[in-house]
Design a protein. Structure first.
Length: 268
């Protein structure tokens, strides 16, 4: 047992994180919680875990900062290429075919967007493959304010743009001395917004929801509630993409499983 994070404190914080975000800390990733708590105590110049607990219960901004610190922000451009192949070759043609006359706009939500690579990948792809006369919007949300700021800024170091095809790089990025800047016309197609998946997003009539590698941090109850909220946010024939190591099997949801030549996903 850790001298710093006693069992009682671990339970206290684990319960708070779960209630506020749906993120479930098991004993195997206890060390992550411990190191983040040490950082926050140092930063706030507090002596004890109980003092910090009293602070985050009262101070909503510090609670946001704390939740931000315990989330993992692993992402990259064109992560799991198969999903984007399916989007291009199956989902976009399907949606543009079945939309009512005069309805020429696709609405996307990148939920748990981290530092913005996923929503910008979606936006670049749509710019390339959407038929003439169609438009789109991408809402990108995350619980990490720090990550959202990076996404809004749209600047990525050289090491972060691996996987971006050369033609996309030339068209949608501007080379800077220490990295690449997303060009303004692409930037304005993505709207970044703070959102905790524990709550209703208020979004409706979405065509596509991407929420990849987020549900793995939730327990079964929180997963089901989140998936249910996705259902409510989507239009009548929307599509849901989750991480390739995630699945809705065994979960009683109203989504239908779709298997294509490129990838598997779900359909309302």
């Amino acid at each position: 047992m850790s001298e710093f994070l006693a069992d009682a404190d671990f339970e206290l914080y684990r319960k708070l994180v779960y209630e506020e975000s749906g993120i479930h800390f098991s004993t195997t990733n206890r060390s992550i919680l411990e190191s983040r708590l040490k950082e926050r105590l140092r930063d706030k110049k507090l002596a004890s875990l109980r003092d910090y607990y009293q602070l985050i219960v009262k101070d909503k901004e510090e609670l946001k900062t704390f939740l931000d610190s315990v989330t993992t922000n692993l992402t990259r451009f064109f992560r799991n290429q198969a999903h984007f192949d399916a989007l291009e070759k199956y989902v976009v043609p399907e949606l543009t075919r079945q939309k009512a006359v005069g309805e020429r706009k696709l609405r996307f939500w990148s939920a748990g967007c981290s530092t913005g690579e996923e929503p910008y990948t979606i936006a670049m792809l749509l710019k390339e493959v959407l038929p003439v006369g169609w438009s789109f919007e991408v809402v990108a949300s995350d619980i990490s304010l720090k990550s959202l700021m990076v996404g809004k800024e749209g600047f990525y170091a050289d090491s972060r743009i691996q996987g971006v095809p050369e033609n996309y790089l030339a068209k949608y990025f501007e080379k800077k001395p220490s990295g690449y800047q997303i060009r303004e016309d692409l930037k304005k197609t993505v709207r970044f917004d703070y959102h905790n998946l524990k709550n209703d997003s208020g979004l409706r009539n979405l065509d596509i929801v991407f929420c990849r590698n987020v549900l793995i941090y939730f327990d079964e109850v929180a997963q089901k509630a989140t998936v249910e909220r996705f259902w409510e946010a989507m239009g009548s024939k929307g599509f849901l993409f989750i991480g390739h190591s995630e699945s809705l099997f065994g979960m009683n949801t109203r989504f239908e499983f779709v298997k294509t030549d490129w990838a598997c996903f779900y359909k309302k």
